[in-house]
Design a protein around this ligand. Structure first.
Ligand code: BGC
Length: 247
């Protein structure tokens, strides 16, 4: 089976057709810039352009960087505030394209794909924590394979600052931090989360997951920590799979 997965992020919108049986990409991955400010109508236009480019009119699922309850956007950390309260699944239906079958939190989408396709996660009987590091700091938590949806742990306070504002990849770029300095911040965030949740496995996803060679030595964790084997495609894959089997 195939579905289109779209991962809308604070900086980029990524899309690919996914073979939902194997969890592999069945088309090339396309990435466009998220329109500045991520205003709803602009994002909708960008999405319409992407679907046009891909000539896709089959089922699609969308990973979205916010709390999503039954299709309704509840938070807006890295997107325009006017998204709050919108029925995003309805709003992002594009005439002649789609249908949009599922919209879910981006970290949840990535986590679901990782739990399905990564043996270390699939075989883990304890708690698995997924942290996606990009413009925001996304989190997804699984216990016995079940997702606790919409967990917003990137917004907890660490050393008196919001974790996301201090240790996301956007913070690294904004403050021009060395990999070491930034990774030590991320390590503090992870330590705080570990002390609260005691995960057995932590998977680090998002854009930085393919650059762990630059900073893994500065992270110290109690749990086993692995970079996402699906790299930054986990959100796309999870979104496409949700389109066919809503979580
Ligand atoms: C949002 C989360 C999202 C994360 C990653 C955070 O700012 O609150 O919902 O999962 O960014 O995009």
């Amino acid at each position: 089976m195939q579905a289109l997965g779209i991962d809308i992020g604070g900086s980029g919108i990524k899309a690919a057709v996914v073979n939902t049986t194997t969890g592999s990409l069945a088309s090339e991955r396309i990435r466009i810039q998220t329109p500045p400010g991520a205003y709803p109508e602009d994002v909708r236009q960008a999405l319409a352009g992407l679907l046009e480019q891909l000539q896709w009119s089959g089922p699609l699922g969308i990973a979205f960087p916010a709390v999503i309850e039954k299709g309704i956007v509840r938070t807006a950390a890295n997107i325009d505030r006017s998204w709050t309260g919108m029925d995003v699944r309805q709003f992002l239906q594009i005439e002649g394209r789609g249908p949009v079958q599922a919209v879910l939190n981006d970290a949840d989408a990535a986590g679901l794909a990782l739990m399905r396709h990564v043996p270390e996660a699939r075989n883990c009987s304890g708690t698995v924590l997924v942290i996606t590091v990009g413009t925001g700091l996304g989190t997804a938590l699984f216990c016995g394979g079940r997702l606790v949806p919409n967990l917003e742990l990137g917004h907890i306070e660490v050393h008196g600052t919001e974790a996301e504002a201090w240790a996301s990849d956007a913070a690294r770029r904004r403050e021009d931090l060395s990999w070491e300095k930034w990774a030590r911040r991320l390590s503090s965030v992870i330590e705080t989360l570990e002390n609260l949740l005691w995960p057995e496995l932590i998977i680090l996803g998002g854009g930085v997951s393919k650059k762990t060679g630059k900073f893994a030595e500065f992270l110290s964790t109690r749990a086993l920590l692995i970079p996402s084997p699906l790299q930054n495609n986990a959100g796309i894959i999870g979104a496409a799979e949700a389109a066919l089997t809503p979580p």
